[in-house]
Design a binder for this molecule. Structure first.
Ligand code: GYE
Length: 332
């Protein structure tokens, strides 16, 4: 609480001083020619995004770009196309350009220590946003802003155990994992497994990555359907994979949501539409609208203030019966 007060006081101070002098121009990747020059007093944020793999990601990118503009922060944006080496390259470029703050969504959890150390040695504060790293040295970054993915997996598992509370039959589950080695894939898998392991009727009969994309989700589900005739439940680590898998289920002559129950994570509009059509049974929300919080943290760390080492986003769980009412107000 005390720490939070420090941040908010800092933000208020920044808002009334430095930032009033800032312009609102918002150049995209490379549009400033990489000269490193910046108007005096304007905060420059280098942001290394994962890619454009999902509806969640598109909403996240838009939120960051709009929030930067609103906050008067110059955003250097880079899209790593789901490749760690591209993100490392982007971070090194931001270091060379002497940006004020670096933020990134690490595509995978491991392998960041060297480049984070380079940023630290250059005196540039780093904010982790959306996904975490597994570095032991917590001084390599200032804060992590994002969801609790283990909790999301737990909520998904909880829905399932409630749904089958009165049944003794075996429940055959197939799992579509997110990008291998990514925090949301690791944690959503772990949280879900933790809940269902208490009841032996739940069996994960196949689990494979669909890389968080619709195309891969469909392809892997097609393979699951070929090799398993008795699938009861699909647990997809995100909506895009669930939506791809739904196509595969329909093409195989089965009804998604009925013959095969579908559990998903994120809460993009398309998934809400699929819920109103009865094709997805439940969506665990993961909020991508992190832009405003990211800009607040950026201002604070640029000013050398102490920020909380973990900032969590708030989210809910939406079963089908809540989907219709919630759909019109979905923002992503
Ligand atoms: O769930 C998925 C996206 O890191 C929380 O990445 C994010 C995940 C999100 O591709 O749709």
């Amino acid at each position: 609480m005390a720490r939070r007060a420090v941040v908010f006081a800092g933000i208020a101070l920044l808002a009334s001083t430095t930032l009033t002098a800032c312009s609102t121009e918002n150049p995209e990747a490379g549009s400033d020619g990489g000269s490193g020059s910046k108007p005096k007093g304007k905060i420059v944020l280098g942001f290394a995004q994962v890619g454009a793999e999902s509806g969640w990601r598109t909403a996240n990118t838009k939120s960051v770009q709009e929030a930067a503009k609103k906050a008067g922060i110059t955003l250097k944006f880079s899209d790593a196309q789901q490749k760690q080496e591209n993100q490392i390259k982007a971070i090194r470029t931001f270091i060379q350009q002497k940006v004020d703050v670096i933020a990134f969504s690490p595509v995978v959890e491991s392998g960041w220590d060297t480049v984070l150390k380079e940023a630290k040695d250059a005196g540039i504060p780093v904010i982790l946003t959306d996904r975490a790293v597994d570095s032991k040295d917590k001084s390599l970054y200032k804060t992590f802003l994002g969801s609790d993915f283990v909790k999301e997996g737990t909520s998904a598992g909880q829905w399932l155990t409630d749904e089958y509370a009165n049944s003794k039959d075996t429940v055959n589950i197939v799992e579509l994992q997110g990008t291998t080695g990514s925090a949301p894939a690791n944690d959503r898998k772990a949280g879900f497994a933790e809940v269902i392991k208490g009841d032996h009727k739940f069996k994960i009969i196949a689990s494979q990555t669909g890389d968080f994309t619709r195309a891969k989700g469909k392809e892997v589900m097609q393979a699951f359907l070929k090799s398993h005739k008795d699938i009861d439940v699909l647990y997809a680590h995100n909506d895009d994979m669930a939506l791809g898998a739904i196509q595969a289920i329909e093409e195989a002559g089965k009804q998604p949501g009925k013959d095969i129950k579908v559990i998903s994570v994120d809460g993009i509009k398309d998934a809400f539409v699929a819920m109103t059509e009865g094709k997805i049974n439940v969506v665990v929300e993961c909020n991508p609208l992190l832009g405003d919080q990211l800009m607040e943290l950026t201002k604070s760390v640029a000013a050398g203030e102490v920020v909380p080492e973990r900032v969590e986003t708030e989210e809910g769980v939406f079963p089908q019966d809540k989907a219709k009412a919630a759909l019109p107000s979905r923002k992503y």
